[in-house]
Design a protein around this ligand. Structure first.
Ligand code: F3S
Length: 392
């Protein structure tokens, strides 16, 4: 990979160990994927923030980096952590966990990385259409590429962090226009009724597509929340980092491999996600973190109802959105739900918080929670989640 004189100096350690390690990570990645150079990025989004997912070894690495006085070169944001420090629910976690999670957040902050602690950084500040990014968090990657028109590969936590410090990323994959074309035509013939059907569709497609880019036709609606669920799910069961919806060049479409999605495919995907007939003890909405509009929908659905005493209702969002949505937050919380920030059901310690069965409208959470959290899952649309939470 070609490096400028300036980049070579960093590579050789003239700016210190931390920048050198970062540059070496990027060059290694670039060499591996055949990039010819590094390109500047507008922002980085870093995953690997929850102590639950990264553990002690990562803290040592972050200590070493932050200890050598490095600073980000571009705007950098963080994915959710394992704790909402302003919510009393989490005070029951062990003191060691509470301390170490704080340490991680502080180490990122020391390097100039914002403690945004959300998987939807695009609701805080959307990147420009056409901007190059280095984002980890697969759901945000697919959203940025497909719904904003920004350009990012699906980074890992370390490469996104290296890019945040250097301000650049290797030029390969989705940073090149020729790699952003659809490779598979998806014809949706199944009936999609709500956001959870879009999630189930995403899970079904992700398994088949692996990392191929689909052009999806036949969606009844392009509503933002539904497409967000579909994209997040595709990036969960597969490695999909981008999708197109609508029409394309007829000639290209004729040459593309085609997948037809029928009702029975969706049904199978749904059944695979709902593994428990048991009553949930936690109902979780907000994966990926809720938008202002989603909070409004939840508030409208729950207004005038009461959450049962034997079940918890969590609605997860960023602190930024929570602060903008006071009116909706009040409705949810006066009904007995909790609007939780900076974390989510997947990256916190659910079993330590006494959760055994989770109900959610998120296909991504339904897919991950049994293995990552050791809980049983019921997968249902938002309306059903609210009904169950408030059943008399
Ligand atoms: Fe976000 Fe947690 Fe889902 S990080 S995408 S809410 S698993």
């Amino acid at each position: 990979m070609h490096l400028t004189r300036e980049e070579e100096k960093i590579y050789d350690g003239e700016l210190g160990w931390a920048y050198q390690v970062s540059m070496r990570i990027l060059v290694k990645l670039g060499d591996l994927y055949g990039a010819d150079n590094l390109i500047p990025i507008e922002s980085a989004h870093i995953s690997g923030v929850s102590y639950k997912t990264i553990g002690d070894a990562a803290i040592d690495f972050l200590e070493a980096l932050a200890g050598s006085d490095v600073k980000t070169s571009v705007t950098a944001t963080t994915n959710p952590a394992g704790i909402d420090y302003e919510n009393a629910i989490f005070t029951s976690l062990s003191g060691d966990i509470i301390k170490k999670q704080k340490r991680i957040i502080n180490l990122y902050a020391k390097m100039g990385i914002k403690a945004s602690l959300t998987c939807t950084p695009y609701y805080i500040k959307a990147p420009r259409c056409g901007a190059h990014l280095s984002w980890a968090e697969s759901s945000a990657v697919v959203y940025a590429n497909s719904m904003i028109g920004a350009w990012t590969n699906r980074e890992g936590g370390p490469s996104a962090l290296a890019s945040a410090l250097i301000g650049k990323t290797p030029n390969y994959g989705l940073h090149k226009p020729e790699n952003r074309q659809a490779a598979v035509l998806v014809k949706v013939e199944a009936e999609l009724r709500d956001e959870s059907d879009y999630g189930a569709l995403g899970i079904y497609l992700g398994k088949i597509l692996k990392d191929k880019i689909p052009l999806i036709q036949g969606l009844p609606s392009n509503e933002e929340g539904c497409l967000k669920q579909m994209g997040a799910a595709m990036a969960t069961s597969g490695m999909v980092s981008m999708f197109h919806v609508g029409r394309n060049d007829m000639r290209l479409m004729r040459e593309m491999e085609t997948i037809n999605v029928e009702d029975r495919n969706l049904c199978e995907a749904r059944e695979g996600l709902s593994i428990s007939p048991e009553k949930p003890d936690l109902i979780f909405i907000g994966c990926p973190h809720c938008s202002l509009n989603e909070l409004k929908q939840i508030a409208e659905a729950i207004k005038g109802k009461k959450v049962r005493n034997d079940v918890k209702l969590w609605v997860c969002t960023s602190r930024f959105i929570r602060n903008k949505a006071k009116e909706y937050v009040d409705v949810v919380e006066s009904s007995g739900g909790q609007v939780i920030c900076d974390t989510c059901a997947v990256v916190t310690w659910l079993r330590d918080l006494n959760v055994k069965t989770l109900m959610t409208n998120s296909a991504k959470t339904a897919y991950y929670a049994p293995s990552l959290n050791g809980v049983k899952v019921v997968f249902s649309p938002l309306t059903e989640c609210i009904n169950v939470a408030c059943q008399k």
